[in-house]
Design a protein around this ligand. Sequence first.
Ligand code: BG6
Length: 468
Amino acid sequence: MVKIETIQTFPDDFLWGASTSAFQVEGANTEDGKGLSTQDVRPVPAGLSDASIAADHYHRYKEDIALMKEAGLKSYRFSIAWTRIYPNGDDEHPNPKGIQFYSDLIDELIKNDITPIATLWHFDLPNHLEEAYHGWLGKETIHHFERYARTVFEAYGDRVKYWISINEQMMMVMNTEMLLGKGKKISYKEGLKYNMQACVNMSLAEKKAFQLCHEIIPDAKIGPSSAYQLCYPLTCDAMDVQAAMDAEEFLSYLVLDLSVRGEFPATLKAYLKQEQAYPVISEEEQRLLKKERPDFIGVNYYASLTVRKPGDPDPKADLFFFNTENYTIVNNPIIKTTTWLRGSYDPLGFKLALRKLYDRYQLPLMITENGYPQTEEPVNGIINDTERITYLKDHLHAIKETISEGIPVIGYHLWSFIDLLSGSQGYKKRYGLVYIDHQEGNKGTLQRIKKQSFYWYQKQIKEKGREI
Ligand code: BG6
């Protein structure tokens, strides 16, 4: 195994940052003209919190940015709620109060020497677009996304120079229920056709955003945030190896190849054609897919996956809903898992993932999410989150080694700066450096308490990661 000597400190211009997303932190989800998004109307299991309050960041962003400054953050990745800008998605004019909110947020960041990184879409589609045009299944949504992107590039392009187009397109594309509506059950094969059409529509919307961003803000950079899934074969049986390759193509390269190369991976394309699930793409759309390219790749990494040839589902495996008839996700027998962590605790896998991504696309990489979930409450006012510190340290070490190997990783945005509403599991699952007194069921004082990981990260930023 090649061993390269590890650099002592991270590069001077490394973006030490943190991430959040609008519906997971802002709250105020019907205030100042905001429309409802698909995240605001999704059914929430009894007793869990919804998106109406979250961390109340909409009202407390100045307090939160002061904490970011105290931690020493160089960059902050947030998402813009499309429904604050265009409440229904297809309104004639943008909502001035929505435009103002992000303008103020961006000014506050810049005033505190924090580079703003804005995500255009982080799972929260205007619900009206879902109802009127079947969301990402309708070509109209592409057009409305383009208009929304133009509006925010024009409004904030003088101050925002890093943009994320779409967050985790794969999560949306693998989720037929999310596309067709809750409770709608159709066969895997039929679902595949819809999933792939939505995928291409999202990629087309993304390409329009690339084009507009480069035209309107020539000195800006834009890229997608990929939910990159590193897939290990369970054994050296060639069938398991192929299953792992197939899974990696479905779960990672499908979306990224469209983003960067404007085409499907070859084997996947042949499979989709055979299954009559290859999407409708006009010649003009094909040209657009090929023409526009991102400037960097955003990487969201939490854990790796292990895969075997298709068979009975593994009851112990997390993320089993990624299964298709072509492969089966299984528990990794040699890597530890934790209560909340999806898949396995695998920092070395992070390093492998970054190397694979750079080898395939030759684009700079920006870590847009990485973090450790825990259920935690203060004891005598202190949250001693040592497991999170170990996780962050191990994963930052993997990045340090990756940079030492000559791979350009330009920044690290841990998930998440403050405790926020989990994508699917309410407020018990916490990721933040800062604890928020939000108790399940939209209760709590919303007081902010710095966890031990906050102080740890602050030290690493100050010392440029010398100890990592
Ligand atoms: C990523 C998403 O998939 O993972 C975030 O971009 C999400 O929005 C994060 O919160 C963690 O997932 P979860 O389900 O634990 O919130």
